[in-house]
Ligand binder design. Structure first.
Ligand code: HEM
Length: 517
């Protein structure tokens, strides 16, 4: 029998490494045996698999557009396939509508964040809604849902004429970030700095998915993440503290009762299952600042770009909005009374989803049904695939939203008209996709964007103010080359210019000279 006291450090080290290797090996064998073997692209590197091609580190291959590559692979290997990932790993990619709907419906219970993502989310935002899974996620979501009801958003519509960071600040927290007065908020400054992180930071991040210790390296991106965490934490703590004091004094300078912060404070004091701990309330604030800011501002930028590139569609939108000369549209008009504004909104969100993909890990073995049968590597036709516990499963939101197979040959074109007349321009295949009007930009299932109705009301409200007052065009005309730069999410910018500005020309509309009919 081995006496542990006689083991040297080297023995202990070898024992640990040996056990870890054995564990990883059995896990890999189990994954291979229990997961359906699917076709897919060959690996270009054992270290990275094909993930470097997918990230914008190697722009020659993906041109910074992972969706295009995922779509190309779906054409070559079928709507469900596998790709090689770092250090010999595999990832199952779903583009089949039935498979995607199944995947999202099982989010937070069967499909969960990878350990890598959980660590990242926790270090940035804390243990809030985005971090939590299963029952804990259900409880946290319930506490926030009232703040996003139609009634709550209806009452906030007037403040949405301020763009993005300002409107989430005023509507959500009764705090004016002042971005529209040219004030650079600390949160905005840190977010902007992400665009300057060197590509090496991204390489370390790719490998950090399999070698956790790399996540601790002091890369530029890692340092910015820590700075963003501290900055958002500082702002959130101040806002919570101020609102707690105001509430204790029976009111305050700003009415936060119906706002998000009001819901958080009520949940902090609730003694039912809907209680949030102060740490959770703080994490929620950070989630909302982050989720609400970049997503909506990026979408609005894309809207102005598309409308600049298609002046005839911009005029069509203007004509629909021209009746609102001296008054803003009401919440009801914004939600259902302006069909072209609605179509433009959907088309922008379809073509330019701010979040390009959802990646999760199977917590349990699962069977995923398919709408179109596929042929496995062994030549067998199947209408479902098996996924073993521990497998990585991904949905490319961008590939599905823009797929020619799903949306038809004009999938890449900006065509708001496809949504008019009861979605008459949609293919039957597109109608199979679930989500917000068959678009996956807000995903689907238990993790569907909680702020969706808020985001859409804000998007429409801001866009309608801008289009009613100005005619937009790109500074360098319709030939302007547009690139995307990743801050936390990819943002549009003029190709070849430093930074990530999207300069535009604005001409004040002279309403009285334009005849809408
Ligand atoms: C165009 C704008 C927006 C888009 C495209 C968008 C998209 C998304 C997506 C794709 C997710 C799922 C993330 C994941 O599971 O990995 C998400 C979650 C979330 N979004 Fe949005 N979002 C937008 C605006 C907003 C706004 C304005 C708010 C809040 C004011 C918000 C609040 C949230 C929250 C709280 C979650 C977490 C939901 C959960 O985990 O249960 N979003 N959003």
């Amino acid at each position: 029998m081995i006496s542990f006291s006689t083991l040297s450090y080297l023995d202990v080290f070898l024992l640990v490494v040996g056990s870890w290797t054995l564990y990883k090996f059995t896990q890999a064998v189990r994954l291979r045996v229990k997961t359906t073997k699917l076709k897919g692209p060959p690996s270009s590197s054992w270290i990275f698999g094909v993930t470097k091609e997918l990230s914008n580190v190697t722009k020659e291959v993906s041109k910074g557009d992972s969706g295009a590559l995922y779509e190309q692979w779906a054409k070559e290997y079928g709507p469900v396939y596998q790709i090689p990932t770092p250090l010999g790993g595999r990832r199952t990619i779903l583009t089949d509508p039935k498979a995607v709907a199944h995947f999202y419906s099982k989010e937070t219970f069967t499909y969960v964040q990878s350990n890598f993502s959980k660590r990242l989310i926790e270090s940035l935002l804390g243990r809030g809604l985005l971090w939590s899974e299963g029952e804990s996620h259900r409880r946290q979501r319930k506490t926030l849902t009232p703040a996003f009801s139609n009634a709550a958003i209806r009452s906030l519509t007037p403040v949405m004429n301020c763009v993005s960071l300002d409107s989430i600040g005023i509507a959500g927290f009764g705090h004016d970030f002042g971005a529209l007065q040219g004030k650079r908020s600390s949160v905005e400054e840190v977010l902007d700095s992400f665009g300057t992180a060197p590509p090496m930071s991204m390489v370390v991040m790719l490998l950090g998915q399999v070698i956790p210790i790399l996540q601790k390296l002091p890369t530029t991106r890692g340092n910015l993440m820590r700075k963003l965490h501290d900055t958002m934490g500082g702002v959130s703590e101040q806002l919570l503290e101020r609102s707690r004091k105001e509430k204790a004094l029976g009111g305050g300078v700003t009415d936060t009762s119906r706002s998000i912060i009001g819901s958080l404070l009520r949940a902090e004091n609730a003694d039912s299952e809907l209680r949030l701990t102060p740490e959770e309330a703080l994490a929620q604030m950070k989630v909302l600042i982050l989720a609400g800011y970049e997503t909506t501002s990026i979408s609005l930028t894309w809207a102005l770009i598309e409308l600049s590139l298609h002046p005839e569609k911009q005029d069509k939108l203007y004509l629909e909005l021209a009746e609102f000369t001296n008054k803003d549209p009401t919440y009801d008009q914004l939600t259902s009374g302006l069909p072209y504004l609605d179509s433009v909104t959907r088309e922008v969100l379809r073509l330019h989803p701010p979040l390009a993909q959802s990646g999760r890990v199977a917590k349990y073995d699962d069977i995923i049904p398919l709408s179109t049968p596929i042929t496995t590597t062994s030549g067998k036709q199947v209408d479902h695939i098996a996924v073993a516990q521990g497998s990585a499963v991904f949905v490319s939101i961008r590939a599905i939203n823009r797929s020619e197979e799903i949306w038809g040959p004009d999938a890449k074109e900006f065509k708001p008209e496809r949504w008019l007349d009861n979605e008459s321009g949609l293919t039957p295949k597109a109608k199979e996709v679930q989500g917000y009007h068959h678009i996956l930009s807000f995903v689907d299932g238990p993790r569907t964007c909680l702020g969706r109705a808020f985001a859409i009301a804000e998007f429409k409200s801001v866009l309608s103010v801008l289009i009613r007052n100005y005619a937009f065009s790109l500074r360098d005309g319709p030939e302007t080359k547009i690139d995307r730069v990743t801050t936390l999410l990819p943002r549009p910018k003029v190709a070849g210019e430093p930074g990530y500005a999207m300069p535009m020309r604005l001409i004040l509309r002279e309403r009285e000279t334009m005849d809408p009919y």
